[in-house]
Design a protein around this ligand. Structure first.
Ligand code: GDP
Ligand code: IMO
Ligand code: MG
Length: 423
């Protein structure tokens, strides 16, 4: 069965843990969008691995891992990540990168950093990894792809078009330094070497031969950060939704059998943007400390809040989620009370929203309508069997299933690969 792992909230839901788990049964794992804005953690036998670009399935050593055309790659970051894995003794010989993936150039990170640090209004709180500017150039058709690095003629022709536009923007809009053609060619030579062992010009053969095998698609970020469906403009610049797996991988949508939405038992968010169930109080701090909610990529403290069934129902719809993996349930082990937001109320007129209102500028007027659940007050981190979970925990999970209309098929009770209950 071919599955997509999709973040169902604002990222950091524990996708990598679930990808690593499901990768056991897969032959090919494909990362389909995003770049090194992602921070993916896998814990195996007390050892922690942190990924940004490389599919977490690489840890098995015997699976093909493919970084697809929908991704954006910062070459130095990629190199650092690969070298880190090699140092840890991980076999990266089956890592393959699409020649169609986009390259994040230094001017992309410079622009991202500049915009973020000078914005007085409408700051997004990006990871400053050049994601937005790289995708902007891709869609403006002035981006560089990995394959360009291996053809002097193509690169030269493209740079003659790209650089005059780029330099004008860098200098006149941002007051940043322009790039000479020689400078960029030199960078590209370095990048060509970095990607050489991994670039897969035979990717069509790889996809063709894997069609009848088991494919796992690994998403980054989450539905609420999707550029089309998320809390725009406080989003990333790609499509983390299930549909993104088709465009970003090179396979059509019919190849997908199941879309596994990964959600935390509560909600976190890094960066700016609306967050109706956010808790700016002791409970929020308690969730952050117990759940260790700090960004993998930037180290920023994550904003924390109660589970939001309104955004989750929306994520089930637009994300195409067919089943849920609920993570971090153990974080509530010592809580007396657990709340779930079932609807939003407009404080201006009392209007109740059961469906997600997409004008996020109006979210400041919304307050969550909560229902309360009794905690289970026991340690569930060693439980392997669903039936052994405390009654209050099972009631909580059953209620979430009812609210979302899709089954929770995986319950995660700790960071380790082993701390997982398959229902
Ligand atoms: P991703 O970006 O969605 O892959 O998630 P991150 O790696 O950014 O953040 C998830 C964090 O939660 C990581 O530190 C994981 O090791 C940890 N984690 C994942 N599942 C669980 C769980 O069920 N319980 C606990 N306590 N931690 C978990
Ligand atoms: P994983 O894959 C959480 C957020 C940033 C910011 C917004 C735009 O680990 O879940 P960007 O740098 O992409 O232009 O930033 O998106 N963001 C993430 N938040 N997890 C991520 O990835 C994220 N990747 C980007 O904080 O709000
Ligand atoms: Mg993360």
């Amino acid at each position: 069965m071919n599955k997509v792992v999709v973040g169902a909230q604002w990222g950091d839901e524990g996708k990598a843990k679930i990808t690593d788990l499901l990768a056991q049964d897969a032959d090919l794992i494909i990362r389909y969008q995003g770049g090194c804005n992602a921070g993916h953690t896998v814990v195996v036998d007390n050892k922690t691995f942190k990924f940004h670009l490389i599919p977490s399935g690489i840890l098995y050593g015997n699976k093909d891992c493919f970084i697809g055309a929908g991704t954006v790659i910062l070459p130095e970051y990629f190199e650092e990540e690969v070298n880190g894995l090699i140092k840890d003794g991980i076999d990266v010989s089956r890592l393959k990168v699409s020649p169609l993936a986009s390259i994040t150039m230094p001017y992309h990170t410079e622009v991202d950093g500049f915009v973020e640090s000078t914005a007085t209004k409408g700051k997004i709180g990006t990871t400053k990894k050049g994601i937005g500017p790289t995708y902007t150039d891709k869609y403006a058709r002035i981006g560089l792809k990995i394959q360009d690095l291996y053809s002097k003629e193509t690169l030269s022709e493209k740079l003659d078009v790209i650089l005059p536009i780029k330099n004008k923007t860098l200098e006149q809009v941002y007051g940043l330094k322009p790039y000479s053609k020689e400078q960029v060619l030199e960078l590209c030579e370095k990048y060509a070497k970095i990607f050489e062992p991994y670039v897969c010009f035979e990717w069509q053969d790889l996809l063709e031969k894997s069609k009848d095998k088991t494919i796992l698609f690994e998403g980054a970020q989450g539905v609420m950060l999707d550029v089309d469906y998320g809390t725009y403009p406080f989003v990333t610049s790609s499509n983390p939704i299930g549909g993104g797996a088709a465009t970003g991988s090179g396979y059509g949508p019919k190849i997908i059998d199941e879309v596994v939405g990964v959600a935390k038992a509560y909600v976190t968010r890094v960066g700016e943007g609306p967050f109706v169930t956010e808790l700016n109080d002791e409970i929020g701090n308690k969730i952050r400390e117990i759940g260790y909610e700090y960004g993998v990529t930037t180290g920023r403290p994550r904003r924390c809040g109660w589970f939001d069934a309104v955004t989750m129902r929306y994520a089930v719809l637009v994300g195409g989620l067919t089943t849920i993996a609920l993570t971090k349930v153990d974080v509530f082990d010592q809580f007396d009370e657990i709340k779930v937001c079932t609807a939003y109320k407009d404080t201006r007129n009392g209007k109740i929203y059961n469906s997600y209102p997409t004008d996020v500028y109006m979210h400041k007027y919304l307050e969550p309508v909560y229902e309360s659940h009794q905690g289970w007050k026991s340690n569930i981190t060693g439980i392997k069997n669903y039936n052994e979970l405390p009654e209050n925990c099972k009631k909580y999970l059953a209620r979430l299933e009812e609210l979302l209309g899709v089954p929770i098929s995986i319950v995660s009770v700790g960071p380790d690969r082993e701390q997982t209950i398959i229902k």
